[in-house]
Design a protein around this ligand. Structure first.
Ligand code: NAD
Length: 479
């Protein structure tokens, strides 16, 4: 059992002041893998006080000192590779292959990219009659979801450390153990005590406490739109800056000249990877009407190359959903799609054959979908996608942008000018063409209701900084 009932506060693992606990469930077995404490407001106050006390010294550490901390964390993370992979497979249900190739690797990349970005970062700049100094925004509250247990935490922690901003992290109560390993790694990496604190608990106590805490200056939240809205409302009372990374319903625009099989493979990979529990997943596949039959055939052909099953089996690509609640939610959406007249090409309700234990879902593809259907407008967060047809490129873009979201967009095809045109005309924060590799130095974040702010690399560091204008001092700016 992985039970750890302590919080990490002021450089030490300390007992919770309350005695409420929660089980962490392995979604493939439906069994508990351990317990965590559900922290209290008093635990949070202690963590915030520690972060506040660390601010004067941590914010004055040099860029070189912080680069060293980030590189030490990256080394510590690499040393605990196997453990991190295993814990994410247990708490999230991610197949071992995905835990290693996606989750482990993404978490690591953020510490490395923040250190790289810091090497070239200038905190002071002369503008003649004034200079601008960028300094820590103050105590930062980080609230993260369950779907990427190391990626979401690492990108925020790395940005805050790079900026010299002390922080309090509340990881998702569904996947807390990877974050607790990160806390141990950070503890050994020379990060000053109080600069990093972790308090486990529920959204309604610790999450709410963070967004309304008078001594927290900035909240960085990743999660659902509904909670994002509450956080903004709470933060307004103390005029806190907020950064929100929320949901998506991203389009994949397939051009007339695309290789149909390649496009189908990319489309299916979006619902297979992490069981579709990905905020950037392309779940509206917008194809030329003339390609429909061929594309549907290609989707059927390619689907078996993404096997669903036991996360411990190294061949499997798709595991269970994280929790029973998510399973019920996804089933409801599949029923809704059938009720609103979309045609089931593959999948449907219920569990895949032979996978009765665990929150497994049949990968499901709807065709004959119109963009105003609920399944084309709402984020399902499971292995469910929709095929929508277009007659000309302008219509494809209109469909692509007919959404409240704007997190990501995708295009597949050959003509580079058309691809560039599509990329520039989808209103979203990150566009990936022809399955290009995601560069973690590039900014990440949403347009419209997908969020506010950017993470990753230099943009991610900026979130934790405030610019200060200084006039009348004769000391030249330092780099
Ligand atoms: P969620 O919003 O329910 O929870 C996210 C975090 O917020 C958890 O730690 C939770 O405990 C906490 N929380 C819950 N209620 C709170 C409250 N009242 N105040 C403060 N914190 C509270 O989301 P989830 O179910 O964990 O994650 C799924 C959602 O996250 C999806 O909508 C997905 O699109 C989104 N997401 C977005 C991104 C992105 O980068 N844009 C990345 C991953 C997930």
């Amino acid at each position: 059992m992985r039970t750890n009932l302590k919080h990490f506060i002021n450089g030490e693992w300390i007992e919770s002041t309350g005695n409420e606990t929660s089980d962490v469930i392995n979604p493939a077995t439906e069994k508990s893998i351990g317990k965590i404490s559900l922290g209290t407001k008093e635990d949070l106050d202690k963590a915030v006080a520690a972060a506040k006390a660390a601010l004067p010294t941590f914010s004055r550490t040099t860029k070189e000192e912080r680069i060293k901390m980030l590189r030490n964390i990256a080394k510590g993370y690499e040393k605990r590779k196997q453990e991190l992979i295993e814990v994410m497979t247990e708490e999230l249900g991610a197949p071992l292959k995905i835990s290693e190739e996606v989750h482990y690797e993404m978490g690591l990349s953020h510490f490395k990219e923040a250190a790289n970005a810091l090497e070239d970062y200038t905190f002071e700049k002369d503008h003649g009659s004034y200079k601008v100094v960028k300094e820590s925004i103050g105590v930062s509250g980080l609230i993260t979801p369950w779907n990427f247990p190391t990626n979401q935490t690492s990108t925020k922690i790395a940005g805050a450390i790079a900026a010299g901003s002390p922080m309090v992290l509340k990881p998702s109560e569904l996947t807390p153990y990877a974050a607790m390993i990160l806390a141990e790694i950070i503890d050994e990496a020379g990060v000053p005590k109080g600069a990093f604190n972790l308090v486990n608990g529920t959204g309604s106590t610790i999450g709410d406490g963070i967004s309304s805490h008078p001594d927290i200056d900035f909240v960085s939240f990743t999660g659902s739109g509904a909670v994002g809205e509450k956080i903004m409302q709470n933060a307004a009372k103390t005029i806190k800056k907020v950064a929100l990374e929320l949901g998506g319903k991203s389009p994949l625009v397939v051009l007339e000249d695309a290789d149909v099989e390649e496009a189908a493979k990319i489309a299916v990979s979006h619902i297979a990877m992490n069981t579709g529990q990905v905020c950037t997943a392309a779940t509206r596949i917008i194809i030329p009407a003339s390609m429909k039959e061929k594309f549907e055939e290609a989707v059927k052909k390619v689907l078996p190359s993404f096997p669903v099953g036991d996360p411990l089996n190294k061949d499997n690509v798709t595991g269970p959903l994280v929790a029973e609640k998510q399973w019920d939610r996804v089933q409801d959406y599949i029923k809704k799609g059938m009720d609103e007249g979309a045609k089931l090409l593959i999948g449907g309700t219920g569990k895949p054959d032979g996978l009765e234990t665990g929150y497994f879902v049949k990968p499901t593809v709807f065709t004959d979908v119109s963009n105003d259907m609920v399944i084309a407008q709402e984020e399902i967060f499971g292995p469910v996608t929709t095929i929508i047809t277009y007659n000309d490129l302008e219509q494809a873009l209109e469909i692509a942008n007919d959404t409240i979201y704007g997190l990501a967009g995708y295009a597949v095809g050959k003509d580079q000018e058309t691809l560039d045109y599509v990329a520039k005309n989808i209103r979203a924060g990150q566009i990936i063409v022809n399955d290009a590799e995601q560069d973690r130095a590039a900014p990440f974040g949403g347009f419209k209701q997908s969020g506010i702010g950017r993470e990753w690399g230099a943009f991610g560091i900026e979130e934790y900084l405030e610019p200060k204008a200084i006039m009348g001092v004769k000391v030249p700016a330092k780099v």
